[in-house]
Structures are given as C-alpha cells and as structure tokens.
Design a binder for this molecule. Structure first.
Ligand SMILES: [Zn+2]
Length: 115
C-alpha cells in the first residue's frame, strides 16, 4: 500500500468529516433557533417533541462524526509513526482488505472479534 496516497485518502475523509460536523452544528443551531423563536414547550407541545427528537438525531450524528474524526486522527498519527496497518493489540499486520473497507481500523479482525 502506498502510504502517501493513503494519507491523502485519510485527509480527504477528514475534510469531509469536518464539513459534516460543521453542517450538523449549523443544523442544530437552526433547530434550537426555531425552538426559541416559536417559543415551543419541549415537554407539552407536540411540535416541541418533534424538535427534541430532531435535535437528538442531530446530536447522535454529531457524536458519530466526532468519533470518526478522532479515528481518522489516530490513523493519521499511526501512519506518521510508521505503525499504520499493524494491530494495536497483538501487533500483527491488519489484512489489506480490512483496511480497504475501513481505513481507520486499529486492530486485526481476530482482535476486533475478541472484544
Ligand atoms: Zn490483533
């Protein structure tokens, strides 16, 4: 595997993830704003429940994206250290097809399935 194209791929993915986080944060602000401007009561108004649900969904997506971002950062750091592609747990090389499917994988399939 070519490490420089891999870094490009991880960095591109990182950019995309940062954009997604910014968009989600913007969406969340919009939801909060519409909540404030209409003065809906979260608990009793049915529309308030929808907004609360929407907000929870955005929070979940934000969480997911932030986790993905930290996975990407870790993968990039490991690439820097020359440790990329090695299992964090047992040190064995991670299968190429696993890395192709999930470039941020830190453990081999055996260790991942043992968790
Ligand atoms: Zn392992």
């Amino acid at each position: 595997m070519d490490p420089s194209s891999l870094a490009d791929q991880l960095n591109a993915e990182r950019e995309k993830t940062l954009e997604r986080i910014a968009a989600l944060a913007h969406d969340r602000e919009g939801v909060i704003e519409s909540c404030v401007s209409t003065g809906v009561d979260d608990e009793h108004d049915p529309e308030g429940a929808t907004i609360a649900f929407e907000r929870a969904q955005i929070e979940a997506l934000l969480d997911q994206s932030r986790r993905h971002l930290s996975d990407l950062d870790r993968a990039l750091r490991r690439l820097d250290e020359g440790a990329y592609g090695r299992c964090e747990v047992c040190g064995a090389p991670i299968a190429a097809e696993r890395l192709a499917a999930r470039p941020t994988a830190l453990t081999c399939i055996a260790c991942a399935s043992r968790r």
